[in-house]
Design a binder for this molecule. Structure first.
Ligand code: PGA
Length: 256
């Protein structure tokens, strides 16, 4: 029996038009929409938020965005603010995904500004952290994760911290089909929980959810979800197809 409720979040990345997104969530809502044993979040591209939010009406599934700018408004061409996301009934926002760090040069300091703004606007950040293959091979995994935690959560109070979801995503496991072993994942998750207990306190650390991300799919989910400090998954590839995403929610239900 897990003390924290599992969270299964789908990160669609740059996939699905609004129409494709609606058809995908219709199938997901039909299968797992009313259940509340597992928290479920879908994160479509900005252009599908409005249509998907309508398709989710009446279900327990929540809506998340994949990014956000820290400023409230202004001359930031191509960016979207927290208030704009809230206007589409968005409750969660993925921040600091490794693809944003890698391709768009996002730093821990910039990601931290977003985390703070999201919390101020009552959006729950899904803060992503994780090491590259080179960093793991150099034995630097825990040091990298610690730096990202310190940077990303700077200035966040213990009260606000319980609204933050962390996602440990080893970069080498994202979209590669190479999943971290349960031991590798649990080791880092336990390290993160320990760090949170020092940074905040044990009670806060015990409440915060730490998701695993990186090639999670129905076949490997049960074993990962059985680990003490793994509280769900941030799912890329397997969230793009209704059946595999539904199976992941069912796996979390079974592991609850
Ligand atoms: P993946 O992506 O499940 O396709 O590996 C996970 C993520 O990037 O959040």
């Amino acid at each position: 029996m897990k003390s924290r409720k599992f969270l299964i979040a789908g990160n669609w990345k740059m996939n699905k038009t609004a129409a494709d997104g609606v058809s995908l969530v219709k199938d997901i809502v039909a299968a797992v929409g009313p259940q509340t044993e597992v928290d479920v979040v879908v994160c479509p591209p900005f252009t599908a938020l409005e249509s998907v939010s309508k398709a989710l009406e009446g279900s327990a599934i929540k809506l998340g965005a994949q990014n956000m700018h820290p400023k409230a408004s202004g001359a930031y061409t191509g960016e979207v603010s927290a208030e704009m996301l809230r206007g589409h009934f968005t409750t969660h926002v993925i921040l600091g995904h490794s693809e944003r760090r890698q391709y768009f040069g996002e730093t821990d300091a910039f990601i931290n500004e977003k985390v703070v703004t999201a919390l101020k606007n009552l959006l729950k950040p899904i803060l992503c952290i994780g090491e590259t293959l080179a960093e793991r091979e150099a034995g630097r995994t825990l040091e990298v994760v610690k730096t990202q935690l310190e940077g990303g959560l700077a200035g966040v109070s213990a009260t606000d911290a319980t609204s933050v979801v962390l996602a440990y995503e080893p970069v080498w496991a994202i979209g590669t089909g190479k999943v971290a072993t349960t031991e590798q994942a649990q080791e880092v998750h336990a390290f993160i929980r320990g760090w949170l207990a020092t940074r905040f306190d044990k009670t806060v650390a015990g409440k915060m959810r730490i998701l695993y991300g990186g090639s999670m799919k129905p076949s490997n989910a049960p074993e990962l979800l059985r680990q003490e400090d793994i509280d769900g998954g941030l799912i890329g590839g397997a969230s793009l197809e209704a059946q595999s995403f539904i199976d992941l929610v069912q796996a979390a239900k079974a592991a609850s």
